[in-house]
Structure formats: C-alpha cells, structure tokens
Design a protein around this ligand. Structure first.
Ligand code: NCD
Ligand code: ZN
Length: 346
C-alpha cells in the first residue's frame, strides 16, 4: 500500500497555547485533524465555559483559511469547580469535558486538584450529567519514583474511582505503561485511553542514553521498551478503547534547553504521519482509521467526520526548527526522515 486515505482524524488531546504562540502552530493541527480536544492549561487556566468559548474564538481567528477545524474545549477541574459549570458543559456542544490534573503534576498544573476526595461530589454530578473526565494519570507523592507515577495513580486513584463511580466516563490521557493498557482493557466501556506518537515511537533511552535529550522530555515521562511495545499493541489492536491523542505540547527551544527543562513535545507537524509509520511497521495500516478517526468519536458520542486525508509513502525531512511566536521550537523527529507524507484533504 503506497497511499492511504482515511476519514479525517481527530486529535483527542492537544495543547494549543495562546496568542502568537498559538498562531504559529495551530495550522499544523488543522491540516491533519478535523477536531481536537483542546487542553485548558493556559496561565491562568480555563475554568469556565465562558472562558473556553473565548479561547475557542481566538483559535478560530487564527484559522481564516481552515474554517472546517472544530476545537472541542475542556475546562480545568479545580477544587472549586461548581455544579453550575458542569451543567454548562453538559449543555454545550463546544465544550466537551473536564480535565483533571493532580496539583503540580505537569506544565501549568499549579491550580490542579489537591486530593480526589475534594472533588468526589462534583465527579458524581458529572457522572449524572454524563460529562467525561479526562485524567492526567500521575501521582505527585514524593515517595513515588517518577517512572512509577502512572502505575501508582492507577492503584491509588483511578482504580478506586472507577470502582466507586462506575458510571463516570473517563479518558486516561497519554498512557505510557503496560499497566495502563491492562487496566483500561479490563474496565467497562466507560473507560478509554489516548496514546501519543512519541510514546509509540520512543522509549526512555531516547531521552537518557548518549547524553540527556531535553526534546524528548515530556510528562508522563518516556518509559522502558516493554511499555512502548504494550502501547503499540494496544493502538494497532483496533480495540475501541484506544484512540489518538497527540499531546502535542510546544515549548520554546530555549525553555527546553536550559534547566529546568519544560515537559512537552511538539509533534503536530508530523503527528498523523508518525502514527502511520508505527502502524505500517506493525503491518496494521488497516486499523489506523479506527485508532485515528473512529474510536474516539464513538467514545465521545460525536458523528464521524466526512472529510478525508490521504497519506503517501514518500520520504521528507522534518524541519530542525519551527517559528514559535518570536522564538523557535524544535519539533518531534527534528531533522529525521519521515516515511509518510500528508498529500491533501478532501
Ligand atoms: C504538557 C504541556 O506542556 O502543556 N506537557 C507534557 O509534557 N505533556 C502538559 C501535559 O499534558 O502534561
Ligand atoms: Zn497534555
């Protein structure tokens, strides 16, 4: 197969930033994806539907030539989120979920939830209104090793939550371990997971071997090879619980290259192409459309996209640097040869 045509994919986990930064990158996503679930971790965070709709307008204003792109907004769950806001999300077709960041877990998560107990009544109400919860699945407890934070989150937070509140729809975002694959696979259809291209392609050697590479530092942090293999198996399986969420998260090169290095990898400029390469290497291009264009829409209760994209097996070189507002960023796979090329949208 030298070309593949897919229903236009959706990106169920994306960081677009704001202002000039957003203006320089959002086109990369809009070319490849029909819809994107946009993360709310701006500074200050997006905590109300009103703020989310304002942010959505700013996104669309950056895309005068791409009117088809539909940003699906999320609200940042805090200890103070209210039932009224849950009602507003339930009634909005532009805001689709709440995002749970454990306080201090990742970039711009200072306003995150300090303890799940504090938000339990609200989560019950979200389940009642069928508003999904998107989780950054890492504990921040000082006793837990960075590489074990996802596994500990499953044990300490997610499994008990799923047990107590079986009716809540949960997306376990950017999973990185075989433990997460196993957990999600064994749970009801209310629990699904997104998988990033970088966690499918890289293991932690890419960050730590032969010198530290800050451009491969993201959260949750890259894990060992057997975890990467479990993620690939889950992604290509066609299992409707697993779908595309790029977690593309741009930072200026200077913020990555000077300590402390910001967490986040910008992959939007090579996202669907990278997923295609992974599926191709597994002889599984036939399940790419499920992972990229069908499973997530089904989980979120969205109609399938009608547009398509076509990828061709053709080598091209990923740029070393991209403009990012008044500075530069280093994208995922910078300078590498990519085997699949985005041809056109229809
Ligand atoms: C994200 C960011 O930079 O906003 N960083 C990351 O490493 N993934 C935040 C997040 O999703 O954790
Ligand atoms: Zn993210």
């Amino acid at each position: 197969m030298d070309t593949i045509t897919l229903l236009k994919p959706d990106d169920f986990h994306l960081h677009l930033r704001d202002g000039g930064e957003m203006a320089s990158i959002v086109g990369d996503s809009a070319r490849r994806f029909a819809r994107a679930v946009v993360m709310p971790n701006l500074v200050p965070p997006v905590v109300s539907v009103q703020q989310a709709l304002g942010y959505r307008q700013r996104i669309l204003a950056c895309l005068p030539h791409n009117p088809g792109f539909d940003p699906l907004m999320t609200l940042y769950l805090t200890d103070d989120s209210s039932r009224e806001e849950v009602d507003r999300v339930a009634e909005s077709d532009k805001v689709c979920a709440f995002k749970y960041y454990p306080a201090g877990a990742t970039t711009h998560s200072a306003s995150g939830v300090t303890a799940i107990k504090k938000v339990m009544p609200l989560l019950e109400y979200m389940a009642h209104r069928d508003v999904p919860l998107l989780v950054h699945g890492e504990v921040t407890d000082a006793d837990v090793d960075v590489f074990d934070r996802e596994k500990a989150f499953i044990e300490r937070v997610l499994a008990p939550l799923a047990e107590e509140l079986g009716s809540l729809r949960i997306v376990f975002e950017h999973i990185t371990t075989s433990d997460a694959v196993q957990f999600v696979t064994g749970e009801s259809e209310k629990i699904a997971a997104t998988i990033t291209p970088h966690h499918l392609i890289l293991n932690r050697n890419a960050m730590l071997s032969g010198g530290i590479n800050p451009h491969h530092y993201c959260l949750p942090v890259l894990k060992r090879e057997r975890h990467r293999q479990a993620l690939v198996t889950a992604a290509v399986s066609g299992n409707p619980k697993f779908f595309l969420g790029s977690d593309s998260a741009p930072h200026p090169a200077r913020s990555k290259e000077k300590p402390p290095c910001c967490a986040g990898i910008y992959n939007a400029c090579v996202a669907i192409e990278s997923y295609a390469a992974v599926f191709d290497a597994m002889n599984s291009l036939d399940t790419l459309e499920k992972f990229a264009s069908r499973n997530g829409a089904r989980f979120y209760g969205l109609p399938l996209n009608t547009q398509t994209i076509t990828l061709r097996r053709e080598q091209w070189r990923v740029p070393n640097m991209l403009t990012f507002a008044d500075t530069m960023l280093v994208p995922f796979r910078a300078g590498e040869t990519c085997q699949w090329k985005l041809l056109r949208e229809q």
